[in-house]
Design a protein around this ligand. Structure first.
Ligand code: CMC
Length: 376
């Protein structure tokens, strides 16, 4: 009856094996199915990476074409779902809107109750295809605008801009966005992925698992950090304010968003790639301010606290420079991470054991119930 060692936050605990991705903190590296993420960013599009995560191998040209055709063909939402999204509170956070929309997609999915691998793969594809349409529709309705119908002739990333803004920007911008999706696609047993696997381990369907995962991603310690980073940069406003702002923050022992990581302690391999593309966005837009503030913060955090930035740090300003409103940043993370979540749901289902850990009780000793009439 002595308390066993508790790894609060499951720090350092291996909860299962997985063949999807590998984080190597000693070299700050991350591979998906054996390929370094930087390598994937330079040589592949997001759809190729989605195919890789779901199938274990990169597609051939014919396989990629078929995957793209299927994704493009599934983008439209049902009139009922569009109507439901139109009825969402217009001041709702877009993460709550996409969480609810995904839950509704489950209710109307023709195969919702079929948890076989084949049906789960088809449902994953429908989720991948429909999530951008739902994010954009909720966003546009909230602004009093009509939704834009998805265009099956566009790539996944081009279409994302199309449904949000009604137009596709120049290829450099689309490429930077596509790179961010590749970098966000998968990251081992993070909180949202573990949530998805926990839900799948009960025998529940993929829509249940993804709805829960979106809930987990919302928090500022996880996906919500990319929005928090941009709020922080806006609050700082100008490069000359950065050092004093940071000092004030650290004096109060407050978190600086976009820094630190549970697994990487000496740098996140995704950061240099995303920073390169965020810098490119700054050049395209002609606004260097945010990247300049970012550079100062990163240098000062390293000097004072020896803490490195994580992917959310460059992704926040990159999305801002692409023209997205801040509350859309974490939903964009959802549009990408659905690929990793679905891969993990499939892996969990293929070799399932209910996830059910223990807790060590520290409450009051056992005692008799005093009947209501005698309680004073
Ligand atoms: N700002 C200030 N101090 C920090 C930060 C930060 N961002 N991150 C860690 N520290 C401090 C922490 O307070 C602790 O100090 P002390 O030893 O005095 O208590 C020390 O550094 C070590 O912390 P840790 O044990 O490495 O932290 P953790 O593994 O429990 O938490 C984290 C990891 C990501 C939750 C945390 O670093 C954090 O809250 N960062 C800010 C939010 C953020 O950027 N989240 C995105 C995470 S990565 C991508 C994603 O999932 O979206």
């Amino acid at each position: 009856t002595t308390q066993p060692e508790i790894r609060k936050g499951l720090v350092g605990v291996y909860a299962d094996v997985s063949a999807i991705s590998k984080v190597m903190p000693e070299t700050n590296s991350l591979t998906y199915r054996g390929y370094a993420v930087q390598d994937l960013c330079e040589n592949c599009c997001f759809e190729e990476v989605a195919y890789l995560l779901w199938n274990g191998e990169l597609p051939t040209r014919a396989q990629l074409d078929a995957f793209r055709r299927e994704e493009a063909a599934n983008r439209a939402l049902s009139p009922r779902l569009l109507k439901a999204i139109e009825g969402f509170p217009h001041d709702a956070h877009p993460m709550d809107a996409i969480r609810t929309a995904v839950s509704l997609m489950g209710m109307e999915d023709p195969e919702v109750a079929d948890v076989s691998e084949a049906a789960t793969r088809r449902k994953a594809m429908r989720l991948l295809a429909k999530i951008p349409t739902a994010i954009a529709a909720a966003h546009r309705f909230a602004k009093g605008l009509a939704p834009v119908a998805p265009d099956p002739g566009l790539s996944f990333s081009e279409n994302f801009f199309h449904v949000v803004f009604g137009k596709v920007p120049q290829p450099e911008v689309v490429k930077a966005f596509d790179v961010s999706l590749i970098l966000y696609a998968e990251h081992t047993f993070n909180a949202s992925t573990f949530t998805a696997r926990t839900i799948a381990s009960t025998g529940a369907d993929i829509h249940a698992a993804i709805t829960g995962a979106i809930g987990a991603l919302k928090g500022p310690l996880h996906g919500g950090a990319n929005e928090a980073v941009m709020h922080m940069l806006e609050e700082i406003g100008e490069p000359e304010n950065a050092v004093a702002w940071l000092e004030g923050r650290l004096d109060h022992r407050a978190l600086v968003m976009g820094f630190g990581h549970r697994v990487y302690k000496s740098g996140d391999s995704r950061v240099p790639t995303m920073t390169k593309y965020a810098e490119r966005m700054a050049e395209v837009v002609g606004d260097r301010r945010w990247m300049e503030i970012s550079r100062i913060l990163a240098a000062e955090m390293l000097r004072r606290k020896n803490i490195h930035p994580n992917l959310d740090f460059p992704a926040g300003p990159a999305y801002y420079l692409m023209g997205f409103e801040i509350p859309l940043f974490t939903p964009i993370f959802v549009a990408s991470r659905i690929t990793g979540w679905a891969a993990h749901v499939l892996e969990q289902m293929a070799d399932n054991r209910l996830i059910r850990p223990l807790s060590w009780y520290t409450g009051v000793e056992q005692r008799p119930v005093v009947p209501l009439a005698q309680r004073g």
